[in-house]
Design a protein around this ligand. Structure first.
Ligand SMILES: Cc1cc2nc3c(=O)[nH]c(=O)nc-3n(C[C@H](O)[C@H](O)[C@H](O)COP(=O)(O)OP(=O)(O)OC[C@H]3O[C@@H](n4cnc5c(N)ncnc54)[C@H](O)[C@@H]3O)c2cc1C
Length: 287
């Protein structure tokens, strides 16, 4: 299948891209790695008349540590995340998550910005952004603003991005050294989107969970921060009873779609299991 006709634009700066998107209006879409947008165009689920390719904008690339935060340019590919020593050292959960996204070919092209801006509940990075407390830097016709990842997702394919706005970078506070983490993803086969997945970032003190954040992928029309589930394990040593409490609290906020990945009850059940597995693996990592 081939997409319908469209005009192709390749701006060299963020300002030019924003100008194009604002002038061309609803019929224009930014093109990053194209590994979500182009398949949608082939299926006629998206029919933009103009594609604004972001590959010519150098300012959208790169990974930089600024004090206690890491800034990642929106056009940084998933492969570049995997190759980065800074990410391996400071944000290892990003590396673990990138490794379970699709396959190497998709990861060579697919970008972090495209993954988090897409708004597809099946994308893996948004739930990880929630547990890390990330914020998104947006630039549009009315200037620049920062939106917390927790405020960004409003519905399936519906985000805080305003017409003409671009996501230019993602800013992530570096988690405490000695923190632990895990991203557990159930999928039907290698390269598939999640049937259910859970992200955990936590710290322990004197054998008890001191801080914890739990995120959920593809278990609602948006990624979810499972706050009650995290609270259920804080102060515990992650014994079986507290793991089960966390799973039940997480299941209570899930409302997945029934689709080829299974009926609602099944997906909630395995969603709870992903929460327990992610917590257990984060604990095991601490030795
Ligand atoms: C076979 C296959 C399997 C896959 N499996 C997974 C998986 O398991 N998990 C997963 O998370 N993803 C998966 N993906 C999707 C892949 O990770 C995509 O690359 C990613 O979701 C989108 O990134 P992209 O750079 O390709 O964005 P694009 O496809 O270019 O864009 C996606 C959307 O975001 C918008 N957009 C892109 N960049 C910006 C920006 N800077 N500012 C504003 N809007 C922007 C575009 O206009 C478009 O609407 C899979 C893809 C394929 C083809």
């Amino acid at each position: 299948m081939i997409p319908g006709p469209f005009s192709y634009h390749r701006p060299a700066s963020v300002a030019d891209a924003v100008k194009l998107l604002s002038t061309l209006g609803d019929e224009a879409r930014p093109l990053a790695g194209g590994h979500s947008l182009v398949p949608m165009m082939k299926l006629r689920l998206a029919t933009p008349e103009h594609l604004v390719d972001l590959h010519g904008i150098d300012d959208l690339k790169g990974i930089q540590r600024n004090g206690d935060r890491i800034a990642i340019g929106a056009m940084t590919t998933q492969h570049e995340l995997l190759a980065s020593d800074e990410i391996a050292r400071s944000l290892p959960i990003l590396r673990e998550t990138a490794l379970v996204i699709a396959d190497p070919q998709v990861r060579y092209m697919g970008t972090l910005g495209g993954n988090v801006a897409n708004g597809d509940p099946g994308n893996d990075m948004p739930a990880v952004m929630l547990v890390l407390g990330a914020s998104y830097h947006l630039q549009g016709p009315n200037g620049a603003r920062d939106v917390a990842a927790s405020e960004f997702y409003q519905g399936a394919y519906f985000t805080a991005l305003e017409p003409g706005e671009l996501l230019t970078s993602i800013s992530i506070p570096v988690p405490e050294s000695g923190h632990s983490y895990a991203y557990e993803k159930l999928k039907r086969k290698v390269g598939d989107y999640a049937t259910a997945a859970a992200a955990v970032v936590m710290t322990m003190s004197d054998g008890k969970v001191a801080t914890c954040a739990i995120g959920l992928t593809n278990l609602h029309e948006t990624p979810l921060l499972a706050t009650d589930a995290a609270n259920a394990v804080i102060g515990t040593g992650l014994d079986l009873a507290s793991l089960q409490k966390a799973a039940a609290a997480a299941e209570a906020i899930m409302s997945p779609a029934a689709d080829a990945r299974g009926p609602v009850e099944y997906r909630k059940h395995v969603g709870g299991i992903m929460v327990m597995r992610a917590l257990s693996r984060a604990l095991a990592r601490l030795g």
